[in-house]
Design a protein. Sequence first.
Length: 314
Amino acid sequence: MPKEDEKQPKQKPKLDPRSSRFLAVAFPTIYYVVFGIFCLVYNIIPNPEFLVLGFLIYAAYNNWSRRFIKDWVPFITIFLSYEAMNGVVGTISKFNLHNGPHNLDLTLFGSIPSLVLQSSIRTPVFDYMGAVFYSIYWLAPAVLGFVLWRIAPKNYWKYTVALAVCTYSSLITFLLYPVAPPWIAVPGVTRILTASVDNNLGIPVYKTIFDFFSANLYAAFPSLHSALSWLIALFALQTWKWKALPVLVFPVGVWFSAVYLGEHYFVDVLGGIAYATLAFLVAVKVIPYIQSRHVSLFKAPKHIPDVKLATEQT
């Protein structure tokens, strides 16, 4: 006969509000709520580094702060350095504009896709949907990075390398091959984010953002929005396989929005996909291949358990 106490279902331990486990969730939540209210009040879309601060609070209450800072310095450096250089590149490159994507779009479609979409299916629903997809793409890389850092450290480091390859190769292209977006170069194409969404909201949200960050106006090719959203999807699929298929809604939404909003040509979107795919292959295939030949060149951090050669991982 089973013992009496074995018949009783095991009860989950209660979460003590004073415990580090509880505070690790509570304090980042409070931070995000307060910061979210601040962003809404002052019409700000935060950069990834503000999101990462919440991750640091979570790590600190789990006694991972040293590891977190060590691991995330490269990630933050990528974004901060890109932002710092992008405005400078835009100032230099505006004197050497190219029309390749514009001409290719005309060859492929007989017209500019942004102009066709805006003249045929333009509705407030698409305006706001496009604004949402176009806005969250810059925060999404940090979110995926944190998830990978927690559950798949090896993929986190590959992901960080891929981000560096993707952003810096794009930045070099912006310098050597600057392209004006449709809303600048094509008569009749509206920059919906500032001309429509801002007007409907009654506050210059996107105009303030673009002015504040001094965005490079001539960084249409490749579309970094398209590139980063696709890179996120690639690493999600690699990590979770078929379970990550719903994530594909994100890059598809970004691709459509980039063209519909008048921010990019269709060819810019294809360029972003190509750059992200190349960065993914460099991080997942090329570097592991080099590592297998020269193991000492690429040593993973000691806190990552059971590090094997990447050729054995893939």
